[in-house]
Ligand binder design. Structure first.
Ligand code: ATP
Length: 512
């Protein structure tokens, strides 16, 4: 029998006194897609970071690749030479550098005598890798100018280069999280093409539909332990996997919402907004209402949260919150905040949280300034706010002094959402709020938004491509196309209908 492509044996990791990975085992066969799933904080990223050499495991671990011992220690150069490569959640690209520099870093070839890098040759190699992925991105483009899906393709091209197809393994750590729904089928085809050539894939994902569609087998982690090793996906179901991951069944009903009084005046009014891809976007969100905005790539829903919160300039239009109204062009973050608008951005690490500051500081610093409290009063207020956040969204571990960067991705997301939710803004605007959040916590997060809208009258606008989330929590969903509202869906919302409307609008333009 062929040896396994990747074997992880007896691998544990302890931070301080907390053992977050406990004797993990994982075996990936040649040419298979192997899913790695588990709830937030279950140890998936820790295991991947051990494989990539970022964390050193506790003693006793052994990692083998194509039958030979690879580590620990896991040396990055040795991993790449052996054919074990990674695409991390944050993609790990340097925005100010070009695509070619990002892809070829560490692999640039020099002329024999001149020692100069032959850039044209390097760019041709990169163009070839991109073409394999069905992309025609110009290798000289700075990464900063690329869309998120394009950045995803670049990160994958970097992981694939120079591989020996029949001996390599690519680890995709939540790499599909940044890709819009309509490019996913293409991405899945790439994965199938790779495995057909003999490459193995490890896929870490919170999307159980993706895991069931794409993987041959799956390994399930719970609280740092493997609770299901190499389960055949064809013989399993979403419900079974969910129960293994969480240890309980998740309710999937639509979240109850009170009957809306449609005569209520709007809390947020946007009139004829022009900004980036937005072209005359007009709509309202009433007090206590949750409105979803969605659409295909470049429809404008991605841009909207930032324009409303004054984080991106608008060229025309008006934005009003209750009785106060402003030309959108005059809006900046400070003015938006004075109007009562708060933003939960998509980019958690870049714009949302300060990763080196504590959970307590992240949660309360935006509000503690300006309060003329005595130090100790401020301190006890901070601790109370932290307890509220933990209660609201179940942040784990609930340690106020931990640095935000030491939380798992999903728990960072919960921290970010609670930071703004607890401020009780008049208008809360969120971009992909459930990203990286596991299936159980996702419902808790949506329920918390629903409660805030119902109990405090907060007007909530959610920009997302997660049709299921929008259908379960929103009062209305607006589907954007070409920067303006093309459809308004209300009443009994249905995820399939939301997707159908978004895609139906995307198709004609994709063909042109
Ligand atoms: N550098 C660190 N120091 C201390 N604790 C850490 C550190 N990195 C991770 N942890 C803890 O290890 C546990 C596992 O985290 P990990 O990121 O592996 O979870 P995960 O399964 O990838 O979660 P998610 O789905 O939310 O990304 C968490 O409790 C986290 O807070």
């Amino acid at each position: 029998m062929d040896s396994a492509r990747l074997e992880v044996h007896n691998t544990s990791k302890t931070f301080g006194s907390a053992r977050v990975l406990d004797r993990a085992e994982l075996t990936v066969a040649p040419g298979e897609v192997h899913g790695l799933i588990g709830q937030n904080g279950s140890g998936k990223s820790t295991l991947i970071k051990i494989l990539s050499g970022f964390h050193t495991p506790d003693g006793g671990a052994e990692i083998r690749f194509n039958g030979a011992r690879l580590g620990p220690p896991m040396r990055p150069k040795r991993l790449a030479d052996a054919g074990l490569t990674f695409v991390h959640q944050d993609l790990g690209l340097v925005p100010r550098l070009s695509v070619v520099e990002n892809v070829r870093v560490g692999r640039l070839r020099h002329g024999r005598f001149s020692r100069r890098v032959r850039w044209q040759h390097e760019a041709a190699l990169v163009a070839e890798s991109l073409a394999f992925l069905g992309s025609d991105i110009d290798p000289w483009t700075p990464v900063a100018q690329l869309t998120l899906p394009q950045r995803g393709v670049v990160a994958i091209a970097r992981a694939l280069q120079g591989r020996d197809r029949e001996r390599s393994c690519v680890v995709l750590d939540e790499a599909t999280q940044n890709l819009p729904k309509e490019v996913l089928p293409e991405f899945y085809q790439i994965i199938r093409r790779l495995t057909a050539e003999g490459t193995s894939i490890v896929l870490v994902s919170h999307r159980l539909d993706e895991i069931l569609d794409l993987t041959d087998r799956v390994t399930v982690l719970r609280d740092g332990r493997v609770v299901g090793g190499g389960i055949r996906t064809a013989e399993s179901s979403e419900g079974e996997l969910m129960e293994l991951m969480l240890g309980y069944e998740v309710e999937r009903d639509r979240i109850d919402r009170p009957d809306r009084d449609s005569s209520q005046p709007p809390a947020l009014t946007c009139e004829d907004l022009f900004a980036g891809t937005l072209r005359s976007a007009s709509f309202t969100v009433r007090r206590g209402e949750i409105v979803g905005v969605t659409g295909a790539v470049d429809a404008g829903h991605d841009e909207l949260p930032y324009v409303i919160a004054g984080a991106r300039p608008a060229s025309a239009g008006r934005i009003s919150v209750n009785d106060e109204s402003l030309a959108a062009r005059a809006l900046d973050v400070a003015r938006a905040s004075r109007l009562g608008i708060a933003l939960v951005p998509r980019d958690r690490s870049g714009e949302g949280l300060a990763m080196t500051l504590s959970l307590l500081e992240n949660l309360t610093v935006p509000r503690i300034h300006g309060r003329r409290w005595r130090f100790w009063l401020g301190r006890s207020w901070q601790r109370r706010e932290f307890s509220r956040a933990v209660e609201l969204l179940g942040i784990v571990p609930p340690r106020p002094d931990l640095a935000a960067g030491q939380l798992s991705g999903g728990n960072q997301q919960k921290l970010l959402v609670s930071k703004w939710l607890l401020q009780n803004p008049a208008v809360l605007v969120l971009h992909e709020p459930t990203q990286a959040v596991d299936v159980g916590a996702r419902r808790e997060l949506l329920l918390a938004l629903r409660r805030a809208a119902d109990e405090t009258g907060m007007a909530v606008l959610i920009s997302s491509i997660e049709a299921e989330d929008l259908a379960s929590v929103c009062d209305r969903v607006l589907v954007l196309d070409g920067g303006a509202v093309a459809h308004e869906l209300a009443g009994e919302l249905d995820a399939d209908l939301i997707l159908e409307k978004s895609f139906a609008l995307a198709e004609p333009s994709a063909a042109s």
